[in-house]
Design a binder for this molecule. Sequence first.
Ligand SMILES: NC(=O)c1ccc[n+]([C@@H]2O[C@H](COP(=O)([O-])OP(=O)(O)OC[C@H]3O[C@@H](n4cnc5c(N)ncnc54)[C@H](OP(=O)(O)O)[C@@H]3O)[C@@H](O)[C@H]2O)c1
Length: 324
Amino acid sequence: MSVQQQHATLNRTNDKMPLCGFGCWKVENNAAEQLIYDAIKAGYRLFDGACDYGNEVEIGKGIARAIKDGLVKREDLFVVTKLWNTFHSKDHVRAAFEKQRKDLGLEYIDLYLIHFPVPLKYVAPDQAYPPGWYPVSGPQKIEFECSPMYECWGAMEKLVDDGLTRNIGISNFNVQAILDLLTYCKYKPATLQVEIHPYFPQKRLVEWVQAQGIHITAYSSFGPGSYIALTDDGKTADPLLEHDVIKLIAQKRNRTPAQVLLRWAIERDIAVIPKSSHEERMKSNRDVFTWALDDSDKQQIASLDQGLRFNNPDSYGFNLPLFS
Ligand SMILES: NC(=O)c1ccc[n+]([C@@H]2O[C@H](COP(=O)([O-])OP(=O)(O)OC[C@H]3O[C@@H](n4cnc5c(N)ncnc54)[C@H](OP(=O)(O)O)[C@@H]3O)[C@@H](O)[C@H]2O)c1
């Protein structure tokens, strides 16, 4: 890929998906509208949201204001959101999607992902929204629901057929789950969104999935930062943004450590979705298309691989070794 390439072309629709978008996890509700507005002003065109982030109403307001003020048109934006685990039943996918679409205030979504391949017991939106991992009553333990993935995916495909989402995709699926999906799907997933950073480059998964014509998006490009309050590994791992290898490459290239981590993914044809609440970081995180890493930089970054995954339901105490 060329240094300047800023979009991926998705299978089936040929839609152009920005390679650098803005992540909406942990974007505070009271700051979200302004932050999204500012991110659009700073040039972001892809927003990565989810039911689970609990901020879609405010994100929708930021988008609406930016459109109203003439910063962008709807068709310039690429809005991604995700189906939560409690809505996998073929009888619940449509209503869950429609609530999210309404919350966002949009006529269509660009890409709708299944957040995790984990069907959890249904929770009605008037009981708890977003529902999270636990049922509303009973012990604090996850409860599965018998919703086969082929039915869930069929309902996702129906959203495409009805013109409600342009693309559909998956997140946190491993090769086994994807292989199964590929045996029955009418529409192949457009993208797979997974955790990827130098401590966890997922080399074989990335190669195999890309060879299937499915685009990869990396989340948590900066490694443990987002997991310090959530898991033991998040607490104890050396901060990636402060790792000497990353800092030295950044110094050599007159870039920030964050830019080095984002550029490293983009050079593997992987899209990135960094989140920042600071305007300067937000701006500089996007400046990853005018320069490149060289082979020596990439070799040094490759030495950081520790097979260290931070976003694992098992580490949250859910008794669910999802990736085993
Ligand atoms: N599919 C999934 O299961 C899944 C899971 C996790 C995340 N995601 C998606 O991926 C997105 C990104 O992942 P993430 O939330 O783990 O976060 P991330 O983008 O890897 O890291 C965000 C953290 O890095 C800090 N930061 C951002 N830019 C920086 C810079 N230039 N220098 C220093 N620190 C910087 C931010 O702090 P400030 O805000 O204070 O700048 C924030 O604490 C999420 O927002 C979400 O959309 C998806």
